[in-house]
Design a binder for this molecule. Sequence first.
Ligand code: UDX
Length: 436
Amino acid sequence: MRISVIGTGYLGAVHATGLAELGYSVVGVDVDSTKVAALADGRAPFYEPDLDPLLRKHVESGLLRFSTDFADAADADVHFLCVGTPQRQDSLAADMSFVDAAVDALAPHLIRPCLVVGKSTVPVGSAHRLAERIEALAPAGGDAELAWNPEFLREGFAVEDTLNPNRLVFGVRSQRAESILREIYALAIAAGTPVVVTDFPTAELVKVSANAFLATKISFINAIAEICEVTGADVTKLADAIGHDDRIGRRFLNAGMGFGGGCLPKDIRGFMARAGEIGAAHALTFLAEVDAINLRRRERVAEIAREVLGGSIAGRRVAVLGAAFKPDSDDVRDSPALTVAGGLHLQGARVTVYDPKAIENARRSFPTLTYAESTIGACRGAEVVLHLTEWPEFREVDPALLGSVVARRNVLDGRNCLDADAWRAAGWSYRGLGRP
Ligand code: UDX
């Protein structure tokens, strides 16, 4: 079976590499020639653990090719649509222009029976619309069928999530489509991965519902953190305690700076927007609160920083540890860390940021911030250190050593994962979020 992957961004590049690892001959097609050139050279244009060696392996083996020409996808039996659906500039809705453009560019090359498989996160109803568009535009007509197979990969674990998914969802309209998908994922299915076979709208909704649930869980614990801040309770202990109830579970109950990245924020907004369009806005109004709680956390970090500095920010030295939206990623899209760094900078603080992998991307988005080459470099002379992305190297830093380079030993742990006792023992004034 020959496979094409349309869109070689985060999702597509990892998916194409994963399929090559499964032994398929894959061509990745993208309109961005710089991205295609890097991938064809065996280099991912973003940081993802374990991806580069696999990518190199399969570019060298010849199983994996990349191209800017949609005609190179023409002889594939299966075409995965992996293009992005970011938030629109002018509303909360998902921007479908990249998906639509990909379908329009691919369809004229669908000259033989094939399966187009949507993986992008799309507003419910899109698959139905796209199936009609493909049938109308493809020379193969009804023999160019569509299926929807949402992707659940997490950045930082993308290769693992692609090769060993925790579930597979097949939105299909025929037995043939289901059989093809079962064949592609045969190895994971044989290893016990559960498969849910369903219709288009359910498959589309599974993805946004999963992300809405995760976002709600994080905002729930962050709302409780607000109450803890007023009452002197400790949200980390509280999360441990309620997490022991396996109906609740401890995962995704880490209170702190809240969620960011290219998925959760835009997916809950796109979901609300779509609910409005289909006359069901009331069902998801709670997601506006989930979003608001999340954004309040960023303001709270800035507020505590101001408090720690005695009420004035202008001209003060602030070290920010972390720029990526989460560790093991160089992705700075909607990064809580950079939002706080940028906000303090605008209020006149002298902010220096360090991140192990995301400095280049951060500099592109926030060129006016100052960037350091190391944790020590960022903290030299700082009056407060803000720990905003929980990279292992920040958790492992020696507080005594860091204490010797700062101007004042103030640390604000925006991720609640530094060893508070060790920092206090080294003479630091430690503040967390939602804990004493
Ligand atoms: C998410 C979903 O997990 C994934 O299934 C989907 O395919 C894409 O969106 P990702 O954006 O890579 O994946 O990151 P995730 O690990 O979910 O974290 C999202 C954000 O939530 C990060 O900013 C993280 O720091 C934050 N988070 C996570 C918390 O604040 N607290 C937690 O307990 C967990």
